[in-house]
Design a protein around this ligand. Sequence first.
Ligand SMILES: Cc1cc2nc3c(=O)[nH]c(=O)nc-3n(C[C@H](O)[C@H](O)[C@H](O)COP(=O)(O)O)c2cc1C
Length: 235
Amino acid sequence: MNRTMKVAVIHGSPRKGNTYKAARIFMGELALRGGVEFVEFLVPQALPMFCTGCQLCLGNPNEMCPHSEYVTPILNALLKADAIIVASPHYGGSSIPGGLKNLFDHLSFLSLPIAPREEMFSQKAFVITTGTGSTGAIKLIRETLKGWGVNRVYAIGLRMFTDKWDMMPTSKQARFDRVLRRNAQAFRRAKHRRAYISTVFMYYMAKLVIRKYIGENGYPYRYWDKRGWLGRRPF
Ligand SMILES: Cc1cc2nc3c(=O)[nH]c(=O)nc-3n(C[C@H](O)[C@H](O)[C@H](O)COP(=O)(O)O)c2cc1C
């Protein structure tokens, strides 16, 4: 019997607009044949405090974060998931909305050279963006997830040229609906693959830096040593 697929969804738009609609279509198709469980977070609502840059999460267990009451439930949901969906509008020069960037700031300790989580090395992720151009948003989100060691990151950018889904011609709405459903089916089937070469490269670079410059008493050294990563590669 197939076990339930747990999916953590991050909605990055401060409003339930185009991106939310696209994410719901994708999620609906993903869950069509059952066996899928979602846990959803909307930012900034789920994380209303800005990262203060205190860096307590970088040199200690992440619970030292002054906003741990918001961050830890999101982190736990991400870690329990088999798959992650990040949905975000594209915002010009800044690429993504501040609420999503703020979540990524709060989760910076997940970067490979700091304290990545083994659970993420087997996860797959899907990025959904809306806007006229979407490459800036996709690139930033994809690199962030890859930086956490996520096994595969897939993406789709919907060029809609309007801030209201229903203003698009019905033929275009139907096309986006089809594209999202097709991608959801492919995502559901997507299997674990060999780690990205860039992830493997980053692992060896991080190991070198931690051994040479952090040393035995530093936090990432102890974190990596405890898991045996200063010896064997975890993916
Ligand atoms: C601050 C801001 C900046 C934006 N900049 C761009 C942009 O540079 N390029 C673009 O294609 N759309 C841009 N948009 C439009 C949104 O990306 C687009 O309407 C998107 O579908 C909105 O998603 P939402 O309805 O989920 O919030 C911008 C919107 C906002 C609010």
